[in-house]
Design a protein around this ligand. Sequence first.
Ligand code: FAD
Length: 289
Amino acid sequence: MYIKDIFAKNETVISLEVFPPKAQVPLEDVLPAVQTLAETKPAYMSVTYGAGGGNTANALEVASAIQNDFGVTALAHLTCIGATRDAILEILDNFKARNIRNILALRGDFPKDVPFDKDSMEYKYAYQLIREIKAYGGFCVGGACYPEGHVENPNKEKDIDNLLYKIEAGVDFLVTQLFFDNNMLYSFLYRLAAKNINIPVTAGIMPVTSGNSIKRMCAMSGATLTPKFRAMVDKFGDKPDALRQAGIAYATEQIIDLISNGVRRIHIYTMNKPEIAGKILENISSIIH
Ligand code: FAD
């Protein structure tokens, strides 16, 4: 099923993100967790993709298992940084052969340690990949968006201007970068409305369950930390069980506030942890049904 058709139903949509194992790691290390998450019956599940294509095969296998074995619509992420057109077309052939019909089209981040010739890239921006997939045909295509602005942009105005390239390329829906302050999403939605961008936007929620990962994630994403969030990490950062419980409560509250304010599409970054996503889903079970 196309994700745009799921969104058209006008219901609250909860989706989950998982990541595939690294290239040398067996699929069996990850598939049981993915299956447990699929059993919670999310509207769809997305599978991340390593920029540079290092784990293409595993990403395809995990997306295929979701779509064909676990009975949940799969959204396969695909990055274009450093990829040739031939390689992208081959991946699209493989997705099609495995009945995967939804792609989140991304640029990917520039590698930090390896020299990279930006001028020789066949795809410089995600909108070019979106255009490629649309020209290929038969896929529903999502793109990334950034409530607090993408880290490479000088300001939020420029960020929305650049987002327009994805809209013009025909993107069907957007998924946000993680955020911890819902006001960031609400003001982003106002900025989209001001530019007459009215395609579906899915709010990406990251439950925080480890003090170390949060510092890394925030540095990468540029997400603002609210005083409430900071107090939680300060207080429980070195107490894993307490932080896990507090992180689940924080994500639950964020989701309830979003739904209360009319945001109907929520994407939970599960980090392949069914017990955490499961608790959140239990906390909101009567709210979403
Ligand atoms: P782009 O849309 O190409 O944007 C990159 C930068 O270029 C932005 O600053 C943008 O404003 C600017 N820009 C865009 N178009 C133009 C233009 N025409 N002219 C000038 N500037 C322009 N990374 C992975 O490696 N694997 C994943 O699976 C993955 N999943 C993600 C899922 C979500 C929901 C999100 C939000 C991010 C994900 N990322 C993933 C990270 C993503 O690859 C990075 O954030 C990357 O830096 C930008 O990707 P993009 O697709 O938004 O790129």
